[in-house]
Design a protein around this ligand. Structure first.
Ligand SMILES: *[C@@H]1O[C@H](CO)[C@@H](O)[C@H](O)[C@H]1NC(C)=O
Length: 501
């Protein structure tokens, strides 16, 4: 009976009411001569009833909430929420409300992050953090970032309404990070980097397009912009157990494998280069082919060289103690290289260009392997430039090392995902949950400086993201919530049950 009490006593709010009404009707149509309260007890205990409650909260309500959040925008005709914008603040308030509805204690911090916490049985124990970001790109989809937040809040709500959250072995804290996309200040992870303690104070002077600095924005919203405030946002590593993030895959692999969930082995390291090729500018009609120093075909050859090297690194890299067999194998499975931007000077159809420059984006799971690729690429590029009598410079613009997810945490998440998929499939065993690399950056990257991290990827249609075309099936939203719930349930100690985790 105690199990039914909290459920009947849910606070107001139509979403909770819907769940109660649905559950009640479901309960009553089951032929039973028992009293309604017993019926509720049966509801809590009965496998199919539990499954339906899970479906209502983790699928129906979660997708409805994603749609609500997806409408909170600074623009009228598309979704756009940048760091601390009016829509971001409204979205934060909405998240607050849902966190409270899930039985969480909530607060905002000095960098605009929204926190909700459930203490469990050991309020002073090391906390499990679950998070993702609430900001978006311009003309965004509604799942990027939001899905991780909603699935965590829904899972905790389910634990609350079933009376289990007080049994959690350690505190669980959901954090909605204020900035991951870095649209407004061209600097990613303002929210998670502050909590991880890796945000440099110089960030306060970064300005947006209108000239407003991070300091100005914080002054207006949280009212404290001191470096001390910034330092105090950092969490004590000893107060944290680990960090988990659920996020859309933003790639096509899960769809191709036909599975809703995957586990992330790590987030690729990245290097950005700018290559400039200088030749001799001239008239397109008068300079004979044999006498040209044309940087354009040279650039074309360099780009094709990049593609070959990144498609078949094994053919290009030599094996020595610096670049081991295993390094090359990891490389071959994860290396991706892109030329995304190219420009020429003076860029006219009747002029042999004097200068061509292009960007290179290289990502891989292996930092040493990535270095080896850059080394090999550079030396081959310079040789090509010499042969073509053009002058090349290669500048290194940005570097970020790869982040490995924690193997033990990942094993637990994998088990949770497997269990969730099995439950959704009526208890039938499923294909094994795939393990993927993340080519895109995530808050988990910043959080890895604070604690061990693990991530679950959720299938999205066509692998498309950063676009209004971004889409996740309702059932896959359910799978994400169920996996989070299953993972949390593995952290519940019960005096009556023996635990396997
Ligand atoms: C749900 O959360 C509320 C708010 O923290 C709390 O008062 C209530 O006891 C929780 N329900 C259960 C069953 O733990």
């Amino acid at each position: 009976m105690a199990r039914c009490g909290p459920f009947l006593g849910r606070r107001r709010g139509y979403d909770a009411v819907t769940a109660v009404v649905f559950a009640f009707l479901l309960c009553l149509i089951v032929p039973s001569f028992r009293l309604p309260r017993l019926c509720f007890l049966a509801f809590a205990e009965d496998g199919s009833g539990r499954r339906d409650l899970r479906r209502v909260i983790l699928r129906d309500e979660a997708t409805a909430r994603l749609n609500v959040l997806g409408k909170i925008s600074d623009a009228e005709d598309h979704l756009e929420r940048t760091f601390m914008s009016p829509a971001s603040l409204r979205a934060g308030n909405q998240i607050h409300e849902w966190m409270e509805d899930a039985g969480m204690r909530t607060w905002n911090d000095g960098m605009g992050n929204v926190h909700g916490r459930v203490d469990g049985r050991n309020p002073s124990g090391k906390a499990l953090l679950i998070g993702s970001h609430l900001d978006t790109v311009v003309d965004a989809g509604i799942f990027d970032g939001s899905l991780g937040l909603i699935s965590a809040i829904s899972a905790l709500k389910l634990l609350n309404v079933t009376g289990k959250s007080s049994g959690l072995e350690r505190p669980v804290e959901v954090i909605a990070f204020s900035d991951e996309e870095g649209i407004r200040f061209q600097s990613t992870f303002l929210g998670s980097a502050a909590i991880a303690g890796i945000l440099p104070p110089s960030i306060l002077n970064f300005a947006d397009r209108s000239g407003a600095t991070v300091r100005d924005v914080l002054m207006e919203t949280v009212g404290d912009t001191s470096e001390k405030n910034l330092r105090e946002l950092k969490y004590d590593p000893n107060s944290v157990w680990g960090y988990v993030e659920v996020h859309i895959e933003q790639g096509p692999v899960l769809e191709w494998r036909g599975l809703p969930l995957g586990i992330v082995s790590g987030i690729a390291g990245q290097t950005r280069l700018r290559v400039t090729v200088r030749g001799s500018q001239g008239h397109a009609g008068t300079v004979p082919m044999s006498m040209r120093q044309d940087p354009m075909p040279a650039a074309a050859e360099l780009i094709v060289l990049l593609e070959s090297l990144c498609k078949h690194p094994v053919d290009f890299l030599s094996f020595d103690e610096y670049c081991k067999d295993s390094t090359i194998e990891v490389l071959a499975n994860s290396l991706v290289c892109t030329v995304g931007e190219i420009s020429s000077w003076p860029s006219a159809s009747n002029v042999i260009p004097g200068r061509v420059s292009f960007t290179i984006d290289i990502r891989a799971m292996e930092d040493k392997g990535r270095e080896a690729v850059i080394y090999e690429l550079s030396s081959r590029m310079y040789k090509t430039c010499d042969r073509r009598s053009v002058i090349c410079t290669i500048e290194r613009k940005h570097d970020a090392n790869a982040v490995k997810c924690d193997p033990e945490l990942s094993t637990r998440l994998k088990l949770a995902a497997q269990t969730a998929m099995k439950e959704m499939n009526g208890g039938m065993d499923q294909q094994e949950v795939p393990v993927l690399m993340s080519g895109a950056g995530h808050d988990a990257m910043a959080m890895s400086h604070l604690t061990k991290v693990g991530m679950i990827f959720v299938r999205c249609r066509g692998g498309v993201s950063h676009s209004p075309e971004e889409h996740v099936l309702d059932d896959d939203v359910w799978a994400a919530g169920l996996a989070t719930l299953t993972f949390l349930e593995s952290q519940i100690g019960s005096p009556f049950c023996v635990h396997t985790m």
